[in-house]
Design a protein around this ligand. Structure first.
Ligand code: ZN
Length: 385
């Protein structure tokens, strides 16, 4: 179904039965009541589907326990893996839909979503299938026949599965067994790996990325989050689409991203969520011409927020990004990082994805911290919140 939308100067939106922004040919009119209208946000790094929560860890942290101590006591990512493995595919679907509504409420209308809380074939497939079903349900509700509202990434190398002692054997299992099933059934568009001391090495990521490319999948990587492990250069060498996190990346690493055309996806809410102080050097990235992307890293542990406005609020305070740079980072640049050219801007020919805010100035969306929510959210010309 094709349709048309007009954004009038008095902030009145006009559209015709869904889908495509257009100018004077639109038929239906929405009263934005003098508010601010922005493109639907594109959150290009989330861990949307997981079971359980980590609320019990707040008290442990208040009592001085470190992230590592909490993990050693059965908390952290392994507690989420345990609960996710115990959930049925239907339960995972319902959790995914619940989390999707949290994103929509904050003005997000397209999401990249990673698996990685299964760490075995059965659960990884369950999570990826749940993501497909969340996408299908959302697309059906907004009559978007093109799909691609929840874009799945196979995060096979997120942590060492508890039943493996030998990391190398686990990497071989993921690359040789699980990835083949995932690619064969077209369950993911990208692969991902967490490259960090104590997790996975550049050699592990190279194995995964090489096989993924053979199988026709793209590569996104978690790199340089807690230490500068040369992850940016690795992402450049592997021809990754994105390098995500980059809190510790050196200037040479930033230049390598620029030279190779790898898109940086920055996740300031994870820095905040871990109580850390070193944010990624967005200014240096923008200065070498990189199209910086901001995303939530929504997950139950390090970054428990679905809020793009909160992420922009952090980026304006701690990363010296201007409001305009922040807005581009969660709309047009984020769309680019997912290969999407039909959304992210309020111009003729784009999908009618937009939010209406009860504010006078669009900069207020990131000026207020955990402030107003959009009064209306539309995806494909259909109101979703
Ligand atoms: Zn992440």
């Amino acid at each position: 179904m094709e349709g048309k939308v007009r954004v009038e100067q008095d902030a009145t939106l006009t559209f015709e039965s869904g889908v495509v922004c257009d100018g004077p040919n639109a038929e239906e009119t929405i009263d934005a009541q003098g508010g601010v209208v922005l493109p639907g946000f594109i959150d290009s790094h989330t861990h949307l589907v997981f079971a359980g929560n980590r609320a019990n860890e707040l008290e442990m942290r208040a009592n001085g326990k470190t992230y590592q101590e909490i993990a050693a006591n059965g908390g952290g990512i392994m507690s989420t893996v345990k609960e996710t493995r115990a959930a049925t595919e239907q339960e995972l679907l319902e959790l995914g839909l619940k989390h999707l509504t949290w994103c929509l409420r904050n003005g997000t209308t397209t999401i990249e979503a990673k698996s990685g809380y299964g760490l075995d074939l059965e659960t990884e497939v369950h999570i990826l299938l749940a993501l497909h079903h969340v996408d299908a349900a959302f697309c059906e509700s907004i009559q978007d026949t093109a799909g691609s509202r929840v874009i799945p990434t196979f995060l096979g190398l997120h942590a060492l599965a508890p039943e493996f002692v030998n990391r190398q054997k686990y990497v071989d299992y993921i690359v040789e067994e699980v990835l083949k099933v995932v690619a064969g059934a077209k369950l993911a568009q990208y692969v991902d790996a967490f490259i960090e001391t104590g997790y996975f090495t550049p050699e592990d990521a190279t194995k995964l990325a090489t096989k993924a490319k053979e199988l026709g999948l793209g590569v996104r990587l978690h790199v340089d989050q807690l230490s500068d492990g040369g992850g940016a250069k690795l992402a450049a060498t592997l021809g990754a689409t994105t390098a995500d996190h980059l809190e510790q990346t050196s200037q040479a690493g930033i230049q390598a991203l620029a030279d190779a055309g790898v898109i940086p996806v920055l996740l300031p809410a994870s820095v905040f969520g871990l109580g850390l102080t070193k944010y990624p050097d967005a200014r240096a990235m923008i200065d070498v011409g990189l199209p910086v992307v901001l995303a939530t890293d929504f997950n139950p542990g390090s970054s428990p927020t679905p809020s793009i406005p909160f992420v922009m609020a952090l980026a304006t305070r701690y990363m010296k990004m201007t409001p305009a740079e922040c807005l581009a980072a969660v709309t047009v640049n984020a769309a680019n990082s997912l290969g999407l050219t039909d959304r992210g801007q309020l111009v003729a020919g784009q999908k009618a994805d937009f939010s209406v805010w009860p504010l006078k100035d669009w900069c207020e969306v990131m000026q207020w911290i955990d402030g107003p929510r959009p009064s209306q959210v539309w995806a494909n010309g259909v109101r979703v919140n």
